[in-house]
Design a protein. Structure first.
Length: 79
């Protein structure tokens, strides 16, 4: 188990062993998820939505809602 202390400013230091294991670096973003049993999970945020911009090319032509629904139905019928 790894322990840490909350400072008067509400800050905690993540132990180096945990930072190394999760490959965390200064400036990385983390999400805290509180479970129904009161435990909390620390989850690294791997990419922001801004970082994902441009990964998917724009379609050559604008698609209508009907075009998108047809493509979804076609893809679903393959499974």
């Amino acid at each position: 188990m790894m322990a840490t202390v909350i400072t008067s400013k509400g800050q905690v230091t993540i132990p180096k062993a945990l930072r190394d294991k999760l490959k965390l670096h200064a400036g990385d973003r983390l999400d805290f998820i509180v479970e129904s049993d009161g435990t909390a999970r620390l989850v690294p945020v791997t990419a922001s939505i801004k970082e994902l911009k441009g990964l998917v090319p724009k379609p050559k032509r604008k698609l209508s809602l009907e075009d998108m629904e047809n493509a979804i139905a076609k893809g679903a019928s393959k499974t």
